[in-house]
Design a protein around this ligand. Structure first.
Ligand code: 4AD
Ligand code: MG
Length: 465
């Protein structure tokens, strides 16, 4: 039977059973005793399996002894308990079939050594073969599955919101425009240059920055809903925390206020970290060894401590009293910068922090105005080591107030007519948030750069592959 490396290492067949494992060579070592040890990985788990190849194999001299890192093989033999330390089972091969050779092994970009992350980014198509990207990929998968499980268990419905849209959900003007181009018959201006300003079937459209407005409509009918999909931001920020294309999870709950929202965010993050610790111990052990020493204890600490909640106004006062020299000014009415967020969560509290009730002028038009008239019911969840990972709010459910805020932000009520309808027909207090999925992966894996948290990062100057 053909089994995965994960199954083989777990002793999936009775000891002494015949198995085939398929995968790619990590390393080969030849012993003087006429044996070769070939480590084979298929990505099903962190560890490769050791395949012991005796020199009695028909292709031992002609092929096995020429295997190099990256060669694809099918290894058939007996699954036995391994004598070597660290390994549970190994395959005593009776046959090794080479399916794909690596041409010119000396120039193979993924040599079996530690490469810099900058180097690996230039090989987005080959870096999945490394230990680190295998681990990050499996952890990311585990988190995505846990996201759906969390909501499903709590009676939320998953809504697929559109990617092409006419609305700027955040009102920040950071959208990519969508054009219809007939490649065979490109529209040309007078000067003969291609006219890229063509619309989506006659209407100006963009790639979505958030599914929130769309999912609010479903919230006001199905009560508990969420989105999980790609979102796009044309912010020209070349930072380690921003991508032009990232995945966002946006739950939305009806008959709920900002505190309900913060409770949901806390339960949600803790559930996700539990899942990683339960299911990806092998990958997290590697992360702890190679990337972030306290990767595991950090998540445990996160799970076990209640999140601190503080008002924006108090956060500003704390920052001003900190005696710390910040690069950006700290002043009531200005947004918090990463350095401020990190000071709050890392140095002041030492735990995740939920900052609530921001000045109304720095937050999106849909956020609910508080009774003080100067703040809105917004919250950001800040995590040590990264800063903002969640942004959310209670929504403005009162039509007159929403209209006032839209006017203040210069938004055309006509354009948001459908969104206003939600306030005209059976409006209720409701709230939600957005979790940046790559920021979550960055946090869990202790990565320094968000470009390593997604398979093919899209950022200014990065669109190849
Ligand atoms: O704070 P943001 O802009 O909030 C929204 O989009 C709301 N509509 C969410 C909601 O209430 N339903 O974005 C939410 C999160 C941020 O906290 C951050 O984690 C992530 O999305 N994010 C980015 N991640 C990577 N690259 C970028 N350019 C990001 N911009 C936001
Ligand atoms: Mg935000």
């Amino acid at each position: 039977t053909t089994i995965s490396v994960a199954q083989a290492l777990a002793g999936h067949v009775p000891e002494g059973g015949q198995v085939s494992v398929r995968g790619w060579v990590r390393t080969r070592r030849d012993s003087k005793a006429g044996l070769s040890f070939v480590n084979v990985s298929d990505g099903s788990c962190f560890a490769p399996i050791q395949v012991v190849a005796p020199n009695t194999l028909a292709n031992y001299e002609s092929e096995v002894k020429h295997l190099t890192t990256g060669c694809a093989v099918v290894c058939t033999g007996t699954l036995v308990k391994s004598q070597g330390q660290g390994q549970s089972f190994e395959v005593q091969a009776s046959r090794i079939e080479v399916v794909g050779w690596v041409e010119d092994p000396l120039t193979y970009p993924m040599q079996p050594k530690q490469h810099s992350l900058e180097y690996l980014r230039e090989f987005a198509h080959l870096r999945p073969r490394t230990n680190l990207f295998g681990a990050v990929t499996r952890i990311r998968h585990c988190l995505a599955q846990a996201v759906h499980r969390f909501f499903h268990e709590r009676g939320f419905y998953w809504i697929s919101t559109p990617i092409i849209t006419t609305s700027d959900a955040e009102g920040a003007g950071q959208m990519f425009r969508v054009s219809t181009l007939d490649l065979a018959n490109l529209p040309r201006g007078k000067d003969g240059a291609v006219d890229f300003s063509r619309d989506f079937f006659g209407k100006e459209t963009f790639l979505t920055v958030s599914g929130q407005l769309n999912v609010e409509a479903f919230c006001l009918a199905l009560s508990k809903v969420y989105t999980f999909g790609p979102t796009f931001r044309a912010e020209n920020s070349n930072t380690t925390r921003h991508l032009a294309e990232f995945w966002m999870i946006e739950p939305e709950i009806a008959f709920a206020d900002l505190n309900d929202d913060a409770n949901l965010a806390e339960d949600f993050l803790k559930y996700l970290f539990h899942a990683v610790l339960d299911e990806r111990g092998d990958d997290m052990a590697f992360i702890a060894e190679r990337v972030q020493k306290d990767a595991i204890s950090r998540l445990e600490g996160f799970i076990n401590a209640p999140f601190e909640r503080i008002d924006y106004t108090d956060a500003i006062a704390l920052l001003q009293k900190s005696g710390r020299k910040f690069e950006f000014p700290v002043e009531w009415g200005l947004d918090l910068q990463t350095e401020h967020e990190r000071w709050l969560t890392e140095e002041h509290v030492g735990r995740p922090v939920v900052v609530m009730n921001y000045p109304e002028q720095i937050k999106a038009f849909y956020m609910r105005l508080n009774d003080d008239g100067r703040t809105v019911a917004a919250m950001d969840v800040l995590a040590p080591g990264i800063g903002e990972i969640i942004g959310g709010s209670q929504r403005e459910e009162r039509l007159d107030m929403l209209d006032a805020r839209m006017a203040q932000f210069g938004l055309d009520p006509e354009h948001y007519a459908w969104y206003r309808d939600l306030r005209r027909y059976g409006t209720v207090p409701h709230a939600g948030f957005g979790l940046g999925f790559e920021r979550l992966v960055v946090y869990v894996c202790g990565l320094a750069n968000i470009r390593d948290a997604i398979a093919y990062p899209r950022a200014p100057g990065h669109a190849e592959f």
